[in-house]
Design a protein around this ligand. Sequence first.
Ligand code: GLY
Length: 349
Amino acid sequence: MTAEELRSLYFDFFIGKGHTVIQGASLIPQEDSTILYTPAGMQPLVPYLLGEKHPAGTRLVNVQKCIRTGDIDEVGDSSHLTFFEMLGNWSLGDYFKRESITWSYEFLTSSKWLGFDPEQLHVTVFSGDDQVPPDMEAAEIWEQVGVSRDRIYFLGRDDNWWGPTGNTGPCGPDTEMFIDTGKPSCGPECRPGCGCGKFFEIWNDVFMEYRRTADGQYVPLEQKNVDTGMGVARTVAMMNGCMSIYDIPQFQPLFGFLKKLSGVGSEPDVQTLRSLRIVSDHIRTATHILGDDQGIPPSNLDRGYVLRRLIRLAVRHGRKLGIDDPFTSRMAEIVIDSESSVHKELARN
Ligand code: GLY
């Protein structure tokens, strides 16, 4: 399965459930100076999650370009990227937990859609804390649709809470969907959320029913929303039986270019593989920042500094691979060639 095929299946499925396709937003937030880059699909939709009427209605579906640099040190493992695309279906005060979970299960397991073996699917739900109760309702719905109790896990706020994207705003407990890759477990405590790579997170459904206030309180929202986020690269990896997102077709031209330039062989050692992945990820992200319609140049402040740092890290890891000549713009050309059929702005800009 390619990223294009996944996008088209996802849109077809949710159009069939009454959703309207909306355009994703720029990577550079236009209305929010507290955020450097768009980190999630919800960020451009915050006013509508807080109650403003969206012109396209109350059921929306989109794909959003995102940048997250908070876990930049994880990039190069099997599942982290600084730039990624996220598919999302949205309920703005319309359906809530039951429909959201039922549809997630259907899309993941029906042979008409992704057709994952239901036994491969493990889910997590919010275990509750002193401010918000455990999400028993989500767990019950998962069980009713067909996920056995031993594949439903209760985890805390670090794992099963989403938002706000800044300090204040809409947020809520989420439920996360993991595919068991079939790798042996790393020990008796191994479960979704463990970093060993056995369980691979591909999607989350956020039940946005709270607003975090400036003094850290969680106030119930009048309008209850659903915000889901399916990682395109992660899901394509699982659909193709890949153990890593870097094994999906999208990355292969970048690795091919780097290997040819550096002379790295077909079986690189762990450090070399990590450098190949970091260079590819960072140049891809930098290209999407520069190629955005609101694109910005590298600089020594804020957004421009993040971009400069990504390029510098890519160059540093390029040197580790033994590449001394300038190569970054040649790699950017590869990103533009392979991704501008979907991201037309790359070619335009
Ligand atoms: N749907 C929330 C997120 O992962 O961005």
